[in-house]
Design a protein around this ligand. Sequence first.
Ligand code: HT7
Ligand code: ZN
Length: 893
Amino acid sequence: TTVVRREDYAAPAFWIDSVDLSFDLDPAKTRVLNRMRLRRNPDVPTQPLRLDGEDLNLARVMVNGGGCSFKMDGGQLVLENLPGLDDGGTEPFDLEIFTTCNPAKNTQLMGLYVSQGTFFTQCEAEGFRRITYFLDRPDVMSAYTVTLKAEKTLYPVLLSNGNLVDSGDLEDGRHFAKWVDPHKKPCYLFALVAGKLVHREQKVIARNGAEHLLQVYVRPGDLDKTEHAMNSLMASVVWDEARFGLPLDLERFMIVATSDFNMGAMENKGLNIFNTKYVLANPATATDTDYANIESVVGHEYFHNWTGNRITCRDWFQLSLKEGLTVFRDQEFSMDLCPSPSARAVKRIEDVRVLRTAQFPEDAGPMAHPVRPDSYAEINNFYTVTIYEKGAEVVRMMQTLVGRDGFARGMKLYFERFDGQAVTCDDFAQAIADANPGSELANHLPQFKRWYSQAGTPRVKAEGAYNAAERTYTLTLSQSCPTTPGQDHKEPFVIPVNLGLLSHEGRELPLQLAHWSNAEAGTRNFVLTQASETLTFINVDAEPVPSLLRAFSAPVVLECDYTDAELLVLLAHDTDAFNRWEAAQRLALRRALKAINEPGPVPTEPLNPAFITAMRAVLRHPDLDAAFKDLVLTLPAETYIAEQLAEVDPQRVHAVREAMRAQMARQLFDDWAWAFEAFEGNGAYSPDSTSAGRRALAGLALTHLCLAAADSGNTVWPGKAYQRFKDAGNMTDRFNALSALVVSGSELAKPALQRFHALFKDEALALDKWFALQAGAPDRGGNILPTVRQLMQHPDFQPRNPNRARSVLTTFCQANPAAFHRADAGGYVFWSERVMDIDGFNPQVAARLARALDRWKKLAEPYRSAAREAIARVAAKPDLSNDVREVVTHALK
Ligand code: HT7
Ligand code: ZN
């Protein structure tokens, strides 16, 4: 496999100014006529034109209307006799290429493929080369005209980017549609859709009075599940204009849903293509989480229209330029839609939870890479939580350093400078800094940019000392960063540390550093730039409890030797909701680590009475939001606990967490019962965050009640759960009740699962939940692996459908550690079989599954050796894809 390096970037030898594509759509043999206008790029040395292509049948090549010589070289089409190549000229010329491809056989879902009888495309990152020969790189931006021809009865809807300029009937029952995109774009943003679809539409008027048409296309029968996506799209249009002054730049903006999709969605210009999972929702089939995800993903793809499409990436190493920034924007969008500051904090906690449970392990594992990577073998492997979520944190830190208004100014300058161009992460950071001279970002820009170049999660150690005689409190903050593959030495980062001080009674104290002119209670921002710095606070009357890294102001691990009593103060009183939650997590984590590390059997009561009392206080608190309570009362995930250990025995981690959960179920029994009664709702469904929070807490309560019942042999609560499962007025309550039965191992789980299947046998997304719930259920005596094998034999299991495959396989291998990591190595053998099998038809999905064993080196024996053997077995397969080969090669290094 060849490795692509960032330092090898060279501008393209040719520009493609315009492309006129004509498609004769046929599932088995689609004809593609590609007429381009090119010119040599005078800024690079004269060289042949090398066009990318993959899985294409080439029929004809013509230059300026006549035949021409060409050769093939490693899949590329090479033209050496072109105008300008002999005399260095830059005159434009026409190049016409005629190819055919086979969309029905396209199981990779990259390029042009057929899903349930409808044609779709997916071109990012390098799928356009599977449609026609082209300069398949994001810095070549062209004007597109697209004509689609297909049989009218089978494909009545013909869509592409931009505006529909012509359409009509052809002979033999065929018809055509011609689309012109008014904006130049890189080819990864090209899209077409052709099939039997229905749509919902909505006109919106922009601030300048311009009218736009918004449309959501789905399969017939799904129209009643499009209202929320449309509402989310309208909210996105309004938000981007209000917050960043970025209007919709198209007359028509379309979203189309497909059930066969490798990722979440794709921001093709004016024609977003979505996984059905992030479009379809009604109260009967979708949960609150689905509703919230739809809002974020619809927003995310829409926001790409400016951050990604108007300004795109110079090369794929700059992927976070668009992804980190757009995740930041979708996070801010969802936060701005929150009804209260506490709902905003809940959203922040959820985002941080994703970062810490998924990105921190990536940053500590074999695939660790900087936010702007230096090399890759397969770009598809770099659509990672580091590029997306850590990238978003980097943008968030910029906003913290320049302020919200300063950040908006920076965005404005970014668009003034680079609109219509393909640029780099450096260009973005420079624009934000230049718009904010004198800011902490501008003052430390080269150092700040280490966040782009250095991988690994920094650790910040905080040590406080109180001097009663001098009434001073000194806080020393020291940073370090572990080594990562290829990076043995790290330079200090710029780390914004939002902080406050509380009294032991929980009062927010005034903060005054010797050089700060005034004292103010509340959060102050300190920027750590050195390896170690000491702050001395003056006029401190009593020993304080520091509240550090408020709202998680930097993506770091904060190490601070809090006493339990101090954490209880923070949990009860901190004005920063994030740190209240964090205090509970630290307390729980501390107890979990103690129980895991001590010798002997797992204690039946790993939690101490003070913790239980604190949890009761939160659960019963009159003023806290239900959603916040739900987060505080949810123990840290097994994968997060495992990350804190030097050596992991997944069975012990699981057993300890289960013991903690059982203890919370028993000792808070009356409180859970109270909470369930108080928060279970029966009214009309609304997906708003307040109602969703109440349902989440009621669901958590029900799970604990069923767990306690399972312990004591009581059948009342499982009975109630079954009743609720049957009678629920919405999917959230129904699924939570079903989950409570499954998680607690109730006898009623089986009939409930059967009933659920019967109810939703025709609802693909609900069936995905049904599969996932079983593959992710707590392992009892090793029963989950056989269950998973059985699920794969179920008539509804479709291995080639990514959603269905992930609902069983990713859930088992990545979200159910105790079931997956078996002492008999059965989980790993299963994993290797599945990775190799899926790699044969969809390398992207296989490579993601392959990452389930990233952290094998941390495992205790016998898991470690068995995992290594399984990875080596995959690596030994001769015909692996680049995708899987890169993952397993890194894992074995
Ligand atoms: N920009 C989109 C990336 C994407 C993708 C990448 C590789 C293969 C398939 C894909 N589908 C979508 C998604 C996004 O970040 O908005
Ligand atoms: Zn994106």
